[in-house]
Ligand binder design. Structure first.
Ligand SMILES: Cc1cc2nc3c(=O)[nH]c(=O)nc-3n(C[C@H](O)[C@H](O)[C@H](O)COP(=O)(O)OP(=O)(O)OC[C@H]3O[C@@H](n4cnc5c(N)ncnc54)[C@H](O)[C@@H]3O)c2cc1C
Length: 460
């Protein structure tokens, strides 16, 4: 049998490349993790047939396959090494159907999240999953990582939006899961199994996604300014406990506010400077989008004041957009300072203040700065480490390790939305426990008997 590279080149023609600069790019994603060698080839899939051919040839040669979308992942999941074949589906980017009556859409995996949302808008529909990377990440990647975002507090994570999938399995067989109905409980829920599977079970080649009516009212947005992060976390916990159900509730600590203000200049002051001057030690952006948004925001404002904060309220749509743009500017603001390791742990919401206290301890113990933002109403924190690249210094890995085990000790999880990839596989058994870890490996083996689907990712 000819070698797999020759067969791929012969059977896939232009869709196959071993061009050195493309191979080099496939060594990494946006996590900062870079594999120690380049993969052996890339299939730039044009359609399901290309993915099937790639997986058939790969299985016959026991060649590992790394599925890849837009490579914005933050866990190293789409990064490949020598001997591996990258199956890049970012070019499969057609919206196949929008069905307004059924409030769903059928898409290829490479469709950019924000492009689908823009196409839904004229139909009065909305794609709720909203990772901060929605302008640059694919729906296939969002599903494979079960991506979250700012609006998860009320609208849930990507899983809530996935009704059905078409997946190419190892060997090239096409599997259909799920349904076009809102309800449906026949058989095991294989759709959910693929959501968040990080390319370890198959390559998602089509998705049927649920859409929601587009929110039409003007939201009311509250910014709370606090002397410190514990007060801000306490205010967020009080808003949750009062069942006010904000659409989003974002917490920014002092270092994040400083970074945003330095990056954006004057504009950053919107979230950093309380009326009356000074600098906030932590800010909370809370948005309500219900018909009674104003009343809910007023109740939340009382809770913010009760936690020691001062408040600015606005029902101006443009100001709301500017505030969220400021929050979304956090990643670029840190990236302007150096290389960034973006972390992602979650704790029960009642333990958010405790987690912030532990982050302060870790900063002192390891003598590192950890600017942190949080999707506070989800208990999901993004502690960040800025360093001079390209390698993440050992002290940062030790501090991050402490962060992960601390989150677990507080009843939390290693990753709220970015996934395990290569970066957190060391700690996976600790979170899952032996029985669950071993069973999950057995589940993978059912789908991937030769162990060729994204090996070394998720499981060590
Ligand atoms: C600035 C910035 C902000 C971000 N903000 C958020 C955020 O708010 N919330 C959040 O959850 N994430 C966030 N991310 C992380 C990232 O954007 C998400 O994880 C996103 O879902 C990845 O999509 P992608 O298309 O880039 O996937 P990739 O990075 O290409 O792949 C990610 C993983 O999914 C697998 N995969 C990709 N496509 C497929 C497919 N079709 N079939 C099977 N497996 C596949 C890959 O093998 C890999 O394991 C952010 C990243 C950046 C750079």
């Amino acid at each position: 049998m000819p070698d797999p590279i020759q067969r791929l080149a012969d059977e896939l023609g232009d869709a196959f490349t071993a061009e050195p600069s493309a191979l080099q790019r496939a060594r990494t994603d946006r996590s900062g993790w870079v594999s120690d060698s380049a993969p052996s080839g890339i299939v730039m899939a044009r359609g399901i047939d290309d993915v099937q051919a790639a997986l058939r040839i790969a299985a016959e040669h026991r060649m590992p396959v790394v599925p890849r979308g837009a490579a914005t992942g933050l866990a190293g999941g789409a990064a490949a090494v020598h001997g591996e074949l990258v199956v890049d589906v970012s070019g499969m980017d057609r919206i196949l159907q929008i069905a307004p009556d059924d409030e769903l859409a059928v898409v290829e995996p490479g469709v950019i999240n924000a492009d689908l949302d823009a196409a839904l808008a004229p139909h009065g529909l909305w794609f709720a999953p909203d990772p901060a990377s929605k302008d640059i990440s694919t729906i296939g990647g969002n599903i494979a990582t079960n991506a979250g975002g700012l609006l998860c507090a009320k609208y849930g994570v990507t899983r809530e939006a996935v009704l059905g999938l078409k997946v190419v399995l190892a060997g090239g067989r096409v599997l259909r899961t799920g349904h076009r109905t809102v309800k449906g409980v026949t058989g095991y829920d294989l759709t959910s199994l693929f959501v968040g599977s990080e390319g370890t079970l198959g390559v998602i080649v089509e998705a049927t996604v649920r859409t929601l009516p587009r929110p039409s009212g003007a939201p009311t947005t509250l910014v709370g300014f606090f002397s410190g992060v514990r007060q801000a976390a306490a205010a967020s916990a009080a808003i949750t406990a009062a069942r006010l159900r904000p659409a989003l509730c974002e917490l920014l600590d002092a270092a994040s506010l400083e970074a945003i203000t330095a990056y954006l200049g004057e504009d950053g002051g919107l979230v950093h400077e309380p009326i009356g001057g000074g600098a906030s030690g932590a800010s909370l952006i809370v948005q309500f989008d219900d018909a009674d948004a104003g009343a809910r925001a007023a109740e939340a404002a009382a809770l913010v004041r009760g936690a020691g904060g001062t408040v600015r309220l606005s029902s101006d749509v443009e100001e709301a957009e500017r505030l969220l743009a400021l929050r979304r500017a956090f990643h670029p603001a840190l990236a302007a300072q150096g290389e960034v390791l973006i972390e992602d742990v979650a704790v029960p919401r009642s333990r958010l203040a405790d987690m912030f206290e532990q982050i302060e301890r870790i900063e002192r113990e390891y003598e590192v700065r950890i600017p942190t933002v949080a999707h506070a109403a989800d208990g999901n924190l993004h502690p960040n480490f800025v360093h001079r690249g390209p390698e993440v210094p050992d002290v940062i890995w030790r501090a991050a390790g402490d962060l992960f085990t601390t989150a677990l000790r507080l009843g939390g999880t290693l990753t709220g939305e970015h996934g395990v990839g290569v970066l957190k596989r060391r700690w996976l058994r600790e979170e899952l426990g032996d029985d669950s870890y071993d069973l999950q490996r057995e589940v993978k083996a059912v789908f991937d008997p030769f162990g060729i689907l994204n090996p070394g990712k998720v499981f060590a």
